[in-house]
Design a protein around this ligand. Structure first.
Ligand code: ADP
Length: 200
């Protein structure tokens, strides 16, 4: 089955675009969600036990879940700890992501990943869709959604690849500078194109 990557900068409209694909019956694997699942207390991969053994019980919330904010702060200050965590989690995330993609049904499946290019996930996909908006719109939509300052959104954007770098990698571009119904129309047309690709 074809695996189609879907990426875009923060606030570009990845979730909005993937909702359109889901409405068309296409299954979507969300890389961010997989990353959260592998560290869940009930996950079969026991990553949380290893994280707790390494960082201590203080890394858990009082509900016994991973305190993601605390962990982020810890690894932000310490590149060695960050490398340790990535070495543990990246293979687990990839394994689970691939298993979920394998279990998908339909003419094609979508892998939605904000950091698809940054994390070099291209090797797992056949084609890449980039959701694109001008940066000013990206900032204003992300600010409105997350109740964050312009500076916070700009800092996140600075840690992602540039709009240009993303567009250079794209096989298909969804222009999300218009309305949600315009996005939906573009997704509908792209869906037909992808289905005809699977028939060839
Ligand atoms: P991403 O998943 O790429 O971070 P979202 O899909 O969450 O982006 O979109 C960011 C915000 O902008 C959300 O609040 C969403 O509802 C809104 N949004 C997305 N596309 C449009 C659009 N075409 N018109 C108006 N608002 C939009």
């Amino acid at each position: 089955m074809l695996i189609i990557g879907l990426t875009g900068g923060i606030g570009s409209g990845k979730s909005a675009a993937s909702a359109c694909f889901k409405q068309l019956g296409i299954e979507v694997v969300d890389a961010d969600l997989v990353a959260r699942e592998v560290v869940a207390p009930d996950s079969s991969c026991a990553a949380l036990a290893q994280i707790t053994a390494h960082f201590g019980q203080g890394i858990l919330t009082n509900k016994g879940e991973l305190d993601r904010a605390k962990l982020r702060q810890l690894i932000f200050q310490d590149p060695e700890e960050k490398a340790w965590l990535n070495a543990l989690l990246h293979p687990l995330i990839r394994q689970s992501m691939l298993a979920q993609l394998n279990a998908c049904n339909g003419p094609y499946a979508i892998l939605e990943a904000p950091l698809l290019i940054e994390n070099q996930l291209q090797q797992y996909i056949n084609k890449l869709i980039v959701v694109d908006v001008p940066e000013s719109l990206q900032v204003s939509r992300a600010m409105a959604r997350d109740n964050n300052s312009q500076a916070q959104i700009r800092a996140i954007m600075a840690a992602q690849v540039s709009r240009q770098q993303r567009l250079e990698q794209a096989d298909f571009v969804l222009d999300n500078s218009g309305s949600l119904s315009e996005l939906q129309q573009q997704v509908g047309a792209l869906h037909q194109q992808l289905i005809s690709m699977t028939l060839n």
